[in-house]
Write a protein that binds this ligand. Sequence first.
Ligand code: BTN
Length: 270
Amino acid sequence: MGDTARRIRECLKARGLDWPAAILDFPSLTSTNDLAKERAREGASEWSVITADEQTAGRGRQGHGWASPPGNLFLSVILRPHLGPRQALLIPLAAGVAIAEAVGELGVEARLKWPNDVLADGKKLAGILVEGSGLGTAEASVVVGVGMNLTMTADEAPSEIRESAISIRALSGRAVGVDTAASAVLARLTVWYHALGRKGPDAVLGAWREWSIDWWGQRVEARLGASVLHGLARRVDEQGALVLAQDDGTEVALLSGDVRELRLLDQRQR
Ligand code: BTN
């Protein structure tokens, strides 16, 4: 166990959590999600955690990259859900709630943009990449990958996200360590993952709505592969899909896996 992993475990212990599985840290990985998926296939137990000081090929949703310079959080957790299909679909939203709460503990107020972009001051502070395999089988695994900008400066950010990304340090003036951030994320993730199993979808959906940016009733644009849809953002349904009311009056439910980009067409994002 490396130093980061030991410190994360100690932070968790200080919060009363005896972490039930391995925590592994690496100086550099292509992507913590890639290694976590490999370890999950090899049988790693639920709640195994992989972190890296930097990623050389960090991945975001929908084939985007994720800028991964040292000093920021890159963490993946292996889950082995024994949840019904309705609950399993909501793991990404449950993770969003967990990360928003963790960010709050770090002194920054976050909001969630569907499906689970974590924004602060209207900019991207953290992102979540949930990847499942073998769902419906006894070997099912879900990897929840979390990237959080702790210290990233505009100079370190690639030019395409320089204007749209923000870090905890830029917002709060505080230098939060990877161990503190990781333990907050892991602790809140246990709460919301268990809530999904024990309290059911409505508890998670209710919490997600509380954290969501207030854009209901406003016009949005959703890009899905080659097509572009416009409509009023109505609600998030019980499957975690975004319901849009289109101009012809019909409603369409968009699944997060199908939507490449989503943006508000007027700029009242709060
Ligand atoms: C997004 O908002 O597009 C999701 C970004 C997820 C980034 C994290 S960093 C840790 C884990 N490893 C990856 O390659 N991606 C996720």
